[in-house]
Design a protein around this ligand. Structure first.
Ligand code: PMV
Length: 325
Protein backbone atom coordinates (compact mmCIF):
# COMPACT_ATOMS: atom_id res chain seq x y z
CA UNK A 1 0.00 0.00 0.00
CA UNK A 2 3.03 2.24 -0.46
CA UNK A 3 4.65 3.65 -3.63
CA UNK A 4 7.11 6.36 -4.62
CA UNK A 5 7.12 8.15 -7.98
CA UNK A 6 9.16 10.88 -9.59
CA UNK A 7 7.71 13.31 -12.15
CA UNK A 8 9.25 16.21 -14.05
CA UNK A 9 7.71 19.54 -14.88
CA UNK A 10 7.05 20.56 -18.49
CA UNK A 11 7.07 23.74 -20.53
CA UNK A 12 4.26 24.28 -23.03
CA UNK A 13 5.35 25.28 -26.54
CA UNK A 14 1.72 25.44 -27.64
CA UNK A 15 -0.09 26.74 -24.57
CA UNK A 16 -3.15 25.46 -22.77
CA UNK A 17 -5.16 28.63 -22.16
CA UNK A 18 -8.88 28.37 -21.44
CA UNK A 19 -11.22 25.77 -19.97
CA UNK A 20 -14.53 24.58 -21.36
CA UNK A 21 -15.29 22.79 -18.06
CA UNK A 22 -13.83 24.15 -14.84
CA UNK A 23 -14.70 21.22 -12.58
CA UNK A 24 -13.39 18.48 -14.86
CA UNK A 25 -10.50 20.63 -16.14
CA UNK A 26 -11.35 20.28 -19.82
CA UNK A 27 -9.47 22.67 -22.10
CA UNK A 28 -10.69 24.65 -25.09
CA UNK A 29 -7.56 23.76 -27.11
CA UNK A 30 -4.90 21.08 -27.55
CA UNK A 31 -1.47 21.94 -26.14
CA UNK A 32 2.05 20.58 -26.66
CA UNK A 33 5.01 20.57 -24.27
CA UNK A 34 8.57 19.52 -23.60
CA UNK A 35 9.27 17.72 -20.31
CA UNK A 36 12.31 19.16 -18.47
CA UNK A 37 14.93 17.16 -16.59
CA UNK A 38 16.02 20.01 -14.30
CA UNK A 39 12.80 20.32 -12.31
CA UNK A 40 10.94 17.46 -10.63
CA UNK A 41 8.91 16.25 -7.66
CA UNK A 42 9.34 12.99 -5.76
CA UNK A 43 6.26 11.73 -3.89
CA UNK A 44 5.63 8.76 -1.60
CA UNK A 45 2.04 7.77 -0.90
CA UNK A 46 1.21 5.25 1.80
CA UNK A 47 -2.40 4.17 2.42
CA UNK A 48 -2.90 3.02 6.02
CA UNK A 49 -5.99 1.44 7.59
CA UNK A 50 -5.56 3.27 10.92
CA UNK A 51 -5.62 6.80 9.45
CA UNK A 52 -8.85 8.79 9.84
CA UNK A 53 -7.79 11.49 7.38
CA UNK A 54 -5.01 12.19 4.87
CA UNK A 55 -1.71 13.72 5.98
CA UNK A 56 0.42 15.77 3.58
CA UNK A 57 4.08 16.72 4.03
CA UNK A 58 5.77 19.00 1.50
CA UNK A 59 9.54 19.39 1.82
CA UNK A 60 9.26 17.91 5.37
CA UNK A 61 6.64 20.42 6.47
CA UNK A 62 3.14 19.30 7.47
CA UNK A 63 0.71 21.16 5.19
CA UNK A 64 -2.85 22.37 5.89
CA UNK A 65 -5.25 24.79 4.18
CA UNK A 66 -5.88 24.97 0.44
CA UNK A 67 -2.83 22.95 -0.73
CA UNK A 68 -3.84 20.14 1.68
CA UNK A 69 -7.43 20.22 0.42
CA UNK A 70 -6.29 19.99 -3.21
CA UNK A 71 -4.19 16.92 -2.42
CA UNK A 72 -6.91 15.27 -0.35
CA UNK A 73 -9.60 15.92 -2.97
CA UNK A 74 -7.30 14.42 -5.56
CA UNK A 75 -6.85 11.32 -3.39
CA UNK A 76 -10.68 11.12 -3.27
CA UNK A 77 -10.62 10.53 -7.04
CA UNK A 78 -8.15 7.68 -6.57
CA UNK A 79 -10.21 6.19 -3.70
CA UNK A 80 -13.26 6.45 -5.92
CA UNK A 81 -11.69 4.48 -8.78
CA UNK A 82 -10.30 1.88 -6.34
CA UNK A 83 -13.67 1.71 -4.51
CA UNK A 84 -11.96 2.24 -1.15
CA UNK A 85 -13.72 5.38 0.12
CA UNK A 86 -12.46 5.18 3.71
CA UNK A 87 -8.80 4.44 3.15
CA UNK A 88 -6.60 7.45 3.94
CA UNK A 89 -3.00 8.13 3.07
CA UNK A 90 0.18 9.77 4.22
CA UNK A 91 1.73 11.76 1.37
CA UNK A 92 5.33 12.94 1.46
CA UNK A 93 6.49 15.16 -1.40
CA UNK A 94 9.80 16.81 -2.14
CA UNK A 95 9.91 19.52 -4.77
CA UNK A 96 13.11 19.91 -6.74
CA UNK A 97 11.65 22.90 -8.50
CA UNK A 98 13.34 26.10 -7.32
CA UNK A 99 10.28 28.24 -6.57
CA UNK A 100 12.16 31.24 -7.92
CA UNK A 101 12.52 29.55 -11.30
CA UNK A 102 8.95 30.51 -12.07
CA UNK A 103 7.81 27.01 -12.86
CA UNK A 104 4.60 26.01 -11.19
CA UNK A 105 5.39 22.87 -9.21
CA UNK A 106 1.77 21.79 -9.75
CA UNK A 107 2.64 19.95 -12.99
CA UNK A 108 5.33 17.73 -11.50
CA UNK A 109 3.48 17.63 -8.16
CA UNK A 110 0.19 16.24 -9.45
CA UNK A 111 1.87 13.89 -11.92
CA UNK A 112 3.93 12.37 -9.07
CA UNK A 113 0.91 12.24 -6.74
CA UNK A 114 -1.30 10.55 -9.35
CA UNK A 115 1.26 7.88 -10.18
CA UNK A 116 2.40 7.12 -6.61
CA UNK A 117 -1.18 7.26 -5.30
CA UNK A 118 -2.71 5.02 -7.95
CA UNK A 119 0.08 2.48 -7.60
CA UNK A 120 -0.04 2.50 -3.78
CA UNK A 121 -3.76 1.72 -3.74
CA UNK A 122 -3.28 -1.16 -6.19
CA UNK A 123 -4.59 0.29 -9.45
CA UNK A 124 -2.90 -0.61 -12.69
CA UNK A 125 -3.48 2.30 -15.02
CA UNK A 126 -2.04 2.64 -18.51
CA UNK A 127 -0.42 5.95 -19.52
CA UNK A 128 -3.63 7.37 -20.97
CA UNK A 129 -5.65 6.50 -17.89
CA UNK A 130 -2.93 7.96 -15.67
CA UNK A 131 -2.77 11.15 -17.76
CA UNK A 132 -6.56 11.51 -17.63
CA UNK A 133 -6.51 11.12 -13.84
CA UNK A 134 -3.59 13.57 -13.45
CA UNK A 135 -5.49 16.17 -15.50
CA UNK A 136 -8.02 16.45 -12.66
CA UNK A 137 -5.30 17.76 -10.31
CA UNK A 138 -3.84 20.34 -12.66
CA UNK A 139 -4.37 20.52 -16.42
CA UNK A 140 -0.78 21.00 -17.54
CA UNK A 141 0.30 18.10 -15.27
CA UNK A 142 -1.33 15.55 -17.59
CA UNK A 143 1.52 16.14 -20.08
CA UNK A 144 4.20 15.28 -17.48
CA UNK A 145 3.41 11.55 -17.65
CA UNK A 146 5.70 11.37 -20.69
CA UNK A 147 9.30 12.31 -21.37
CA UNK A 148 10.27 14.52 -24.31
CA UNK A 149 7.42 16.07 -26.33
CA UNK A 150 3.80 15.38 -25.40
CA UNK A 151 0.46 16.63 -26.68
CA UNK A 152 -2.67 17.02 -24.57
CA UNK A 153 -5.65 16.17 -26.72
CA UNK A 154 -8.53 18.32 -25.48
CA UNK A 155 -11.04 15.62 -26.41
CA UNK A 156 -14.64 16.14 -27.48
CA UNK A 157 -16.71 14.38 -24.83
CA UNK A 158 -18.48 16.16 -22.00
CA UNK A 159 -17.32 13.64 -19.40
CA UNK A 160 -13.64 14.19 -20.22
CA UNK A 161 -13.00 10.52 -20.96
CA UNK A 162 -11.10 11.39 -24.16
CA UNK A 163 -9.10 14.32 -22.72
CA UNK A 164 -5.55 13.15 -21.94
CA UNK A 165 -1.97 13.56 -23.17
CA UNK A 166 -0.17 11.33 -25.66
CA UNK A 167 3.57 11.05 -26.39
CA UNK A 168 4.90 12.84 -29.51
CA UNK A 169 8.66 12.13 -29.31
CA UNK A 170 10.70 10.56 -26.47
CA UNK A 171 13.30 12.27 -24.25
CA UNK A 172 16.32 11.18 -26.32
CA UNK A 173 14.75 12.08 -29.67
CA UNK A 174 16.29 15.56 -29.80
CA UNK A 175 18.69 17.46 -27.54
CA UNK A 176 16.80 20.73 -27.37
CA UNK A 177 17.34 22.83 -24.22
CA UNK A 178 15.57 25.41 -22.12
CA UNK A 179 17.04 28.24 -20.03
CA UNK A 180 14.75 29.49 -17.25
CA UNK A 181 15.46 33.20 -16.90
CA UNK A 182 14.59 34.33 -13.38
CA UNK A 183 13.71 37.99 -12.97
CA UNK A 184 13.67 40.31 -10.05
CA UNK A 185 9.95 40.93 -10.34
CA UNK A 186 7.56 41.66 -7.54
CA UNK A 187 4.06 41.55 -8.95
CA UNK A 188 0.62 40.66 -7.74
CA UNK A 189 -0.03 37.27 -9.25
CA UNK A 190 -3.13 36.38 -11.25
CA UNK A 191 -3.29 32.58 -10.98
CA UNK A 192 -3.60 30.62 -14.22
CA UNK A 193 -7.07 29.52 -13.10
CA UNK A 194 -8.33 33.08 -12.58
CA UNK A 195 -6.48 34.40 -15.65
CA UNK A 196 -7.92 31.74 -17.94
CA UNK A 197 -11.46 32.24 -16.70
CA UNK A 198 -11.35 35.99 -17.13
CA UNK A 199 -9.94 35.58 -20.63
CA UNK A 200 -12.56 33.03 -21.68
CA UNK A 201 -15.40 35.11 -20.23
CA UNK A 202 -14.40 38.57 -21.43
CA UNK A 203 -11.60 38.75 -24.02
CA UNK A 204 -12.74 39.38 -27.62
CA UNK A 205 -9.36 37.95 -28.69
CA UNK A 206 -10.10 34.55 -27.16
CA UNK A 207 -11.90 33.21 -30.23
CA UNK A 208 -8.96 34.20 -32.45
CA UNK A 209 -6.61 32.36 -30.08
CA UNK A 210 -8.63 29.14 -30.19
CA UNK A 211 -9.09 29.32 -33.97
CA UNK A 212 -5.34 29.68 -34.52
CA UNK A 213 -4.32 26.56 -32.58
CA UNK A 214 -4.77 23.81 -35.22
CA UNK A 215 -2.38 25.57 -37.63
CA UNK A 216 0.24 26.15 -34.86
CA UNK A 217 0.03 22.49 -33.84
CA UNK A 218 0.42 21.28 -37.40
CA UNK A 219 3.47 23.50 -37.89
CA UNK A 220 5.20 22.61 -34.64
CA UNK A 221 4.63 18.88 -35.14
CA UNK A 222 6.18 19.05 -38.59
CA UNK A 223 9.08 21.05 -37.07
CA UNK A 224 9.58 18.34 -34.43
CA UNK A 225 9.46 15.54 -36.97
CA UNK A 226 12.07 17.36 -39.13
CA UNK A 227 14.13 18.41 -36.08
CA UNK A 228 13.86 21.94 -37.47
CA UNK A 229 14.78 24.19 -34.53
CA UNK A 230 13.87 27.47 -36.26
CA UNK A 231 10.44 26.16 -37.14
CA UNK A 232 9.71 24.80 -33.64
CA UNK A 233 11.08 27.92 -31.94
CA UNK A 234 9.29 30.46 -34.10
CA UNK A 235 5.92 28.72 -33.77
CA UNK A 236 6.37 28.43 -29.98
CA UNK A 237 7.32 32.09 -29.62
CA UNK A 238 4.42 33.32 -31.74
CA UNK A 239 1.99 31.04 -29.87
CA UNK A 240 3.16 32.45 -26.53
CA UNK A 241 2.68 36.03 -27.78
CA UNK A 242 -0.84 35.20 -28.92
CA UNK A 243 -1.75 33.67 -25.57
CA UNK A 244 -0.51 36.75 -23.72
CA UNK A 245 -2.32 39.05 -26.16
CA UNK A 246 -5.65 37.54 -25.06
CA UNK A 247 -5.06 38.82 -21.51
CA UNK A 248 -4.74 42.42 -22.73
CA UNK A 249 -8.20 42.15 -24.26
CA UNK A 250 -9.78 40.84 -21.04
CA UNK A 251 -11.98 42.90 -18.74
CA UNK A 252 -10.40 44.04 -16.50
CA UNK A 253 -7.26 43.78 -18.64
CA UNK A 254 -4.14 42.20 -17.19
CA UNK A 255 -0.68 41.04 -18.17
CA UNK A 256 1.86 38.66 -16.68
CA UNK A 257 4.72 40.69 -18.13
CA UNK A 258 7.09 42.88 -16.18
CA UNK A 259 9.37 45.47 -17.80
CA UNK A 260 12.30 43.02 -17.50
CA UNK A 261 10.17 40.34 -19.19
CA UNK A 262 10.01 42.63 -22.19
CA UNK A 263 13.74 43.37 -22.04
CA UNK A 264 14.55 39.63 -22.10
CA UNK A 265 12.17 39.07 -25.03
CA UNK A 266 13.90 41.81 -27.03
CA UNK A 267 17.31 40.44 -26.10
CA UNK A 268 16.38 37.00 -27.41
CA UNK A 269 15.21 38.51 -30.70
CA UNK A 270 18.47 40.45 -30.89
CA UNK A 271 20.44 37.21 -30.35
CA UNK A 272 18.75 35.81 -33.43
CA UNK A 273 19.83 38.85 -35.45
CA UNK A 274 23.38 38.05 -34.34
CA UNK A 275 22.95 34.54 -35.71
CA UNK A 276 22.32 32.63 -32.46
CA UNK A 277 19.12 30.61 -32.73
CA UNK A 278 17.06 31.22 -29.57
CA UNK A 279 13.33 31.60 -28.97
CA UNK A 280 11.34 32.54 -25.88
CA UNK A 281 8.15 31.35 -24.26
CA UNK A 282 6.38 32.64 -21.13
CA UNK A 283 3.78 31.05 -18.83
CA UNK A 284 1.39 32.70 -16.38
CA UNK A 285 4.13 34.76 -14.70
CA UNK A 286 6.88 37.27 -15.50
CA UNK A 287 9.80 34.85 -16.03
CA UNK A 288 10.99 33.90 -19.50
CA UNK A 289 12.06 30.48 -20.78
CA UNK A 290 14.47 30.43 -23.69
CA UNK A 291 14.78 27.51 -26.13
CA UNK A 292 18.26 26.91 -27.51
CA UNK A 293 20.58 24.22 -28.88
CA UNK A 294 23.48 22.63 -26.94
CA UNK A 295 26.21 24.19 -29.10
CA UNK A 296 25.08 27.68 -28.03
CA UNK A 297 24.70 26.92 -24.34
CA UNK A 298 27.63 28.91 -22.98
CA UNK A 299 26.91 32.01 -24.99
CA UNK A 300 23.18 31.89 -24.24
CA UNK A 301 23.84 31.66 -20.51
CA UNK A 302 26.31 34.54 -20.57
CA UNK A 303 24.08 36.76 -22.67
CA UNK A 304 21.00 36.15 -20.55
CA UNK A 305 22.87 36.66 -17.27
CA UNK A 306 24.14 40.02 -18.49
CA UNK A 307 20.63 41.50 -18.80
CA UNK A 308 19.89 44.00 -16.00
CA UNK A 309 17.14 42.67 -13.71
CA UNK A 310 17.93 39.00 -14.39
CA UNK A 311 18.77 37.27 -11.10
CA UNK A 312 19.42 33.72 -12.29
CA UNK A 313 19.55 31.53 -15.38
CA UNK A 314 18.80 27.83 -14.80
CA UNK A 315 19.54 25.42 -17.65
CA UNK A 316 17.62 22.25 -18.40
CA UNK A 317 17.60 19.42 -20.92
CA UNK A 318 14.71 17.34 -22.14
CA UNK A 319 13.38 15.24 -19.26
CA UNK A 320 11.98 11.74 -18.74
CA UNK A 321 8.44 10.64 -17.99
CA UNK A 322 7.16 9.11 -14.75
CA UNK A 323 9.51 6.75 -12.95
CA UNK A 324 8.72 4.57 -9.93
CA UNK A 325 11.33 4.26 -7.23
O1 PMV B 1 -2.32 23.66 -15.47
P1 PMV B 1 -2.26 25.05 -14.95
O2 PMV B 1 -3.51 25.46 -14.28
O3 PMV B 1 -1.01 25.31 -14.13
O4 PMV B 1 -2.16 26.07 -16.23
C1 PMV B 1 -1.04 26.16 -17.07
C2 PMV B 1 -1.14 27.31 -17.98
C3 PMV B 1 0.14 27.67 -18.73
O5 PMV B 1 1.27 27.33 -17.99
C4 PMV B 1 0.15 29.18 -18.97
C5 PMV B 1 0.19 27.01 -20.12
C6 PMV B 1 0.51 25.53 -20.15
O6 PMV B 1 0.03 24.90 -21.09
O7 PMV B 1 1.25 25.01 -19.31
Amino acid sequence: MKATAKAHTNIALIKYWGKRDEALILPTNNSLSLTLDGFYTTTTVEFREELTQDIFYLNDECISGIPYTRVSQFLDLIRDIAKKPNLFAQVKSTNHVPTAAGFASSASGFAALASAGSQAIGLTLNDQELSRLTRRGSGSACRSIYGGFAEWDKGEKEDGSDSFAVPIAPQDYWDIRVAAVVLHADMKKVSSRVGMKRTVDTSPFFKGWVDSIPQDLKQIKSGISERDFEKVGSVAEANCLKMHATTLGANPPFTYWHDTTFTVMQHVQMLRKKGIPAYFTIDAGPNVKVLYLPENEEQIKQELESIPGVTDVILSKSGQGITYI
